[in-house]
Design a binder for this molecule. Structure first.
Ligand SMILES: [Zn+2]
Length: 267
């Protein structure tokens, strides 16, 4: 029951993520007006706006103009629901939701960034930049529970770990960008990836940065090869790396736990 509730709440945040993915790149307010159909501009009442279910009931079409609704909507809603469930299972500690909350915000940010990068090839500053100090704040705030015996000393180590993560992420992308320019003579990675990996480092530490790149590269290679094989893309088409990095970070977070738990302290 608790897991089901976590999933449901997650799908609602997925719905919010969809609003951000559509409106942020178009410079529209994410609060006002309420949901509307991008084709016929008809506002969507709440009963046609229930995550996942409405898409199924409406058979993927706008109720008013019958325009096809992008499958991105239910996919993001379901993904966010599933991730919330997994985060709840892994990071929720009774009376101490701090770690869960920070990783939930991190995950929501990554999902929004992926969606926008996937469609526009841009990583939105308004989402990625606040994540960097937020990861550091998390490192400072969420400590005493897991190491009750720890004092300021452990807090300092955790903060240091977060800061080294930020720099590892940023420097690594800068390094790869230079290598890419020399070898392939084109932009392999951009400033958006740099900020994104700095944010990942703030939350997951420097080991998390390497894990995210590792998982992200494997996934990126597999999907790119599949797209090339199915002739949907050519060898030299531009592929945004941001969504793969974000998925890599989510896998790293769930696989290894947070730096609060295992990346640093438990080998
Ligand atoms: Zn419509």
């Amino acid at each position: 029951m608790k897991y089901f509730l976590a999933f449901l709440i997650g799908t609602c945040f997925g719905s919010f993520a969809n609003v951000c993915i559509y409106r942020l790149p178009r410079n529209k307010s994410i609060i006002f007006p309420g949901s509307f159909c991008p084709k016929c501009r008809h506002s969507i009442p709440w009963y046609y706006n229930i995550p996942i279910l409405s898409y199924i009931i409406l058979r993927g079409r706008c109720h008013y103009c019958k325009k096809v609704i992008s499958p991105r909507y239910p996919v993001i809603e379901f993904t966010m629901g599933l991730l919330t469930l997994l985060l709840y299972q892994k990071f929720w500690v009774a009376n101490f939701p701090c770690v869960f909350l920070f990783y939930f915000i991190f995950t929501l940010g990554l999902v929004i960034i992926s969606g926008i990068d996937f469609e526009t090839f841009l990583v939105p500053d308004v989402i990625v930049l606040p994540l960097i100090p937020l990861g550091l704040i998390g490192a400072l705030l969420c400590e005493n529970f897991f190491f009750p015996q720890s004092g300021n000393w452990y807090m300092a180590i955790r903060a240091l770990y977060s800061v080294t993560g930020i720099f590892t992420g940023a420097l690594l992308v800068a390094f790869l960008a230079i290598i890419g320019k020399i070898i392939w003579k084109r932009e392999a990675m951009g400033g958006g990836d740099l900020k994104l990996l700095a944010a990942i480092g703030a939350f997951l530490g420097w080991k998390g940065v390497f894990l995210s790149i590792f998982f992200g590269s494997i996934l990126g290679t597999i999907i790119s090869l599949m797209l090339i094989y199915s002739k949907k893309k050519k060898w030299d088409d531009y592929v945004p790396f941001g969504p793969y990095l974000a998925i890599g970070a989510i896998v790293a977070m769930l696989y290894k736990g947070s730096y609060f738990l295992s990346l640093y302290f438990i080998p």
